[in-house]
Design a protein around this ligand. Structure first.
Ligand code: APR
Ligand code: MG
Length: 288
């Protein structure tokens, strides 16, 4: 019974569900993704997400952020396009000037910071009628404004690490780590969202409580930036021809697998950086 409800996401599951690209594809077939976040103290995070989404098959990726963040990340992701959002003290504000039309999915919160001025940006994103991924500081803003989830019909995906999951549930990190399946399922079913509870073993839960666990990855990922890369991979994956649940499982699988292959081939857990994990994706896509 437990086995059925909590499936280990295997290489076979990845190979069965990972969508192929066809010879006649054009960029519109693979999704137009929007990433929103960044702040003067964390400019790189959004660059990592953008580049990871591009390396994971998205047709087009646009980053909406402040002018100063755009200047700092543009050369790291030359294939991306940009939208300038007004700022206050290095943080995004308003958000009502972002046009969601034409986008297939949006990821928000990456390196956003916790300034109250940025909170409306989340509310506006939640009003867009496309799948929404909320990561990092976006989760802190969401916690203060949880009603935004009530009005949503399109999928919402939350990507907390245990600290963020604990914050969302008003629990301690220790509580979450003792019963990760239980608490992820509780939040997912209570709020009708997908939850990707990250860690050495990442638990993926759908709004009905279906769960899978990813076992790829290693401690080389225990570094700032790894989560930002995962968010970009997730954004790309949920725009391909697979279910959201499968897309989330496959995103976690390739993220961890990239780190695993890099450690076998050219890196160690010590030196592995989040940006290496993006470049390592080619090893995964070529091998499997
Ligand atoms: N084994 C396998 N995977 C791991 C391991 C491990 N030992 N440690 C971490 N990971 C993976 C997680 O599964 C997740 O996919 O690395 C990623 C880490 O994601 P986050 O915790 O979101 O990290 P990130 O956002 O990049 O950086 C940490 O979070 O709490 C904030 O302010 C803090 O800036 C910091 C940021
Ligand atoms: Mg994070």
């Amino acid at each position: 019974q437990l086995e059925m409800e909590r499936k280990v996401w295997t290489k076979a599951a990845f190979q069965r569900t990972f969508p192929e690209r066809s010879e006649y594809d054009h960029k519109g077939d693979h999704g137009k993704g929007l990433v929103i976040g960044g702040s003067s103290n964390m400019p790189g995070a959004l660059g990592l997400t953008t580049r990871a989404a591009l390396r994971s098959g998205a047709g087009l990726v646009t980053a909406a952020t402040t002018d100063s963040v755009i200047k700092r990340i543009a050369s790291f992701c030359p294939e991306a396009t940009f939208v300038t959002v007004p700022e206050i003290n290095g943080h995004l504000k308003y958000g009502n000037d972002i046009d969601y039309k034409g986008f297939d999915a949006v990821a928000i919160g990456i390196g956003l910071g916790r300034e109250a001025a940025s909170r409306p940006v989340i509310r506006h994103a939640a009003a867009a009628k496309i799948p929404l991924i909320i990561d990092g500081d976006g989760l802190t803003h969401l916690k203060a404004d949880l009603e935004v989830l009530d009005e949503r019909e399109e999928p919402v995906i939350l990507t907390p690490h245990p600290g963020e999951m604990a914050m969302l549930l008003d629990l301690s990190v220790k509580d979450v780590l003792m019963r990760p399946f239980h608490y992820a399922k509780k939040f997912a079913t209570d709020h009708g969202v997908y939850v990707v509870l990250k860690g050495a073993f990442t638990v993926i839960t759908d709004p009905n409580g279906k769960q899978a666990v990813n076992t790829t990855g290693n401690a080389g990922l225990a570094k700032g930036g790894s989560g930002d890369v995962l968010t970009g991979i997730i954004l790309a994956m949920i725009m391909q021809k697979q279910s959201i649940f499968e897309g989330l499982c496959n995103a976690c699988f390739v993220h961890g697998k990239s780190a695993d292959l890099l450690i076998q081939e050219s890196h160690s857990q010590h030196d592995l950086l989040a940006s290496d994990v993006i470049e390592g994706l080619s090893l995964v896509y070529r091998t499997f």
